[in-house]
Design a protein around this ligand. Sequence first.
Ligand SMILES: [Zn+2]
Length: 409
Amino acid sequence: MLLTIAPAAACADPPDAAVYRLIDQLRESTAKLRIDGMDRDWRGVPEMTDPRGDAGGDASRDVTGVAIAPREDDLCVMIHTAGTPSTDRFVFYLVLDAVGNDGDNFEIILAALGQPPVLRTYGKDRQPGESIPLTHAKVAVRRVVEMRIPYRDMLAGLSAEQAELLTGPKARSWMRIKTQTWDTRLQRVVDLGPAAGSFRLLKTPYPLDGPLPPNSAEPVVAAMPVRGQWVVAQAAFGPFTHSKIWAYDLVKVNGSGRQSDPVRSQKNSDYFAWGQPVFAPAAGQVRTAPSDFDDVVPRGTPAPANEGNHVYIIASDRFGLSMGHFQKGSVTVKPGEQVTADQQVGLVGNSGKSLAPHLHVAAWGGVFRAKTVPIAFAKVRVGLNPVDNDPWARELDRWQPRYGFLVSP
Ligand SMILES: [Zn+2]
């Protein structure tokens, strides 16, 4: 089964029209989806792939492809493995990002065959919470792993606040899963499979981009300050450090949607964002450009100095742009200096109040950094999957970053 969908750029229609057409098409084909472990009815549903042979020789746990279809009332997932799928206990983990602006929300664990999969929610610090059996889920493991999980089962395990975001009028337009497999004997993860994101296949048309925070002013339009593919890990008024500001955290990811290899590494150089060049998003005059804050250990205690090494550019008498957490010693511009748009100004690092290498971007109204204002990136590709053939990719003239989307210039 291959993904044969024309890339958005090749269409004459506006990019959103192509996405809505694909939603329609998939909604119809997945309505008849049978879950039988034979991979029969998934034709046309985009599948995200992962290399073969990266599970330490265990083909039964080597995830090579994943497809998801978040339908009206349930979530369908299909997993391809390099060999016949394993049926040991606690084998397949699906880490789901389904409900809101706070990272991964819960995981679904497919345990022994004949037992229902289990949903485990995450606490605030990503500690696993209670495990709830998904009693109405349908699972088949034969040539492939297939699961159909009704949202009503998931709702039993979610807080009222999360439940509201999973279904109903406030539900987000998309869902994403990341796959992992586990070896019960070795007690460790043996394979990280691909991430697969999809828009929901609802009957009523809905905006692809979620709503912006209230009182949204006209955005400052700027170029994206980094190259390659990044995920918006925290958007404006996000739940962590952005609770009161218009600001965006960009994290570089690989084709599996992971930000480091190994995952959750404590070494800065293991992160794909680390050392990436940062370019001025607009021409202007540099106002501040400190470069001697130390980089901190990832996943450790963040330093109190907020933006750490950063560059603040006054772009006009109306607004300025700041970028933070640069690598120590990497800032190449000085206060007072004029920069051109797209001029390199430093390298992405992990200085200041930062958990892992990323770029913090904000626009400020007025010359003095009095208050933040929204940003729209000009000429970007926005999608749900970190791969070149993402069927959901849109080429947009300008886009205000929302949590969880992949964005590249
Ligand atoms: Zn930030």
